[in-house]
Ligand binder design. Structure first.
Ligand code: SF4
Length: 97
């Protein structure tokens, strides 16, 4: 990741199940709506500590609803995924592909 990249946390509303773990890990960026679903502040993350906590929130989400993206400013380079949800094992115990 370049030092000039804007890093943003995004939530897939279709996957969010309202577990609320993310709001405990990154309370200043994530709030919960009336039904307990995640609502994110739509601004770039600031500093390595906040980005590290956002990465923890991505990994803690049991629904795999959060993704951390780096979007290099002023560049035609496509968005780079910094942290993506972990894959969950399928019901047979094997990892999904
Ligand atoms: S931890 Fe995941 S599923 Fe739970 S509220 Fe946050 S984004 Fe939604």
């Amino acid at each position: 990741m370049t030092p000039h990249a804007e890093v943003r946390l995004v939530v897939d509303g279709a996957k969010c199940d309202g577990h609320a773990i993310c709001a405990l890990v990154l309370a200043e960026r994530i709030s919960l709506d009336t039904w307990g679903f995640a609502s994110l502040v739509d601004e770039p993350l600031v500093g390595e500590r906040e980005i590290a906590r956002a990465r923890r929130a991505v990994r803690a989400c049991p629904a795999g609803a959060l993704t951390l993206l780096a979007d290099p400013r002023g560049s035609a380079t496509p968005v780079v995924v910094v942290a993506a949800p972990r894959r969950r094992p399928s019901r047979s115990g094997r990892r999904d592909r």
